[in-house]
Design a protein around this ligand. Sequence first.
Ligand code: DNO
Length: 394
Amino acid sequence: MEKTWRWFGKNDKITLQMLRQIGVEGIVTALHAIPNGEVWTSEDILDLKQYIEAAGLRWSVVESLPVSEAIKYAGSERDRLIDNYIVSLDNLGKAGIKTVCYNFMPVIDWIRTDLHRTLPDGTATLYFDRVRFAYFDLKILGRAGAEKEYPQEILAQVDALDQAITEAEKEELIDAIIVKTQGFVNGNIKEGDQNPVAIFRRLLAQYDGIDRDRLRENMKYFLERIMPVCEQYGVNMCVHPDDPPRQILGLPRIVTGADDLRWLVRAVDHPCNGITFCAGSLSSGAQNDVPALAREFASRTRFVHLRSTDILPSGDFVEAPHLQGRGHLIDLVRIFERENPALPMRVDHGKLMLDDADKGYNPGYSFFGRMFALAQMDGVMAVVNDEIKKGISL
Ligand code: DNO
């Protein structure tokens, strides 16, 4: 697979020169300064492309070209926003950038409750705590009817937490769930926004009455409209699975596992309608057997995120070391290297380690942590390619 790296643009503290030194081949990035819903012009695309190429790298994948909320809930401005999206795809296609990652998660992208969970070895990682998440929903957001969605044992723990939690911890929880993890991915809520909880409530209200079937219809509508421009340039759209892959905060989520992926590839049965196989997101759903999903969907996979998680007995989940956990990344490398050795892959979410602390990296996007994981996956790829060369099949 092609070794790629998510890089956040010219202001990223991790420079392209650093990435070349560690063996990165392709860059995964976006025009982060363009507000969601606006056109990516050829001029801006080419400027960034040339900057990347001047460092001896290539712009392999766009992550993400965000899908505006009104496209997802089918608001009155949906067609105008899809028209803009098509122009951006046209400009990317013309520039020869042909892999575009996006997601169709309403309102909130990936979710964690703790961005600095310290492990016994002194490194820190990302964590999802079921009770704290329920606390956010019930006691901070105060979502109507939310109690019905949680088992009694969680409700009791939420009440206990309510007696103990400090104001500072509440702020930290809000920051982790709806600010720090979101700002750099879709811009719905950004750092510095006043009263993020109120903004979040307004965003949620846009989905009143939208269930999984309606969201599926809206996704199909979007994909059908953009397929012609994708076909014209051979641009592969690759949907990122929901993280975590389950219904959340009363919102429908429709990219959660085997049934959803089957629906997706059949609903718009076109080779440009592809998948970002994010092993991390998929592995955090207890329903998912990740290697089985990889085998089933390899031929529609256009981009791979190598990451793993562990689900704990409490139902919480934590990012696992890349060679461990439910992601089974060794099996995945075997599957994807055989399917298409040119597939772009990036390691996703490294731990905070060594010199990473206090650099202000986006959560999950540390330097040393990701470099360490990339070296591990590079080793696995070397072994697998050696097996393939020698005709060993496992
Ligand atoms: C977080 C990522 C997400 C993902 C987007 C893709 O680390 O998994 O930000 O890149 O959802 O659209």
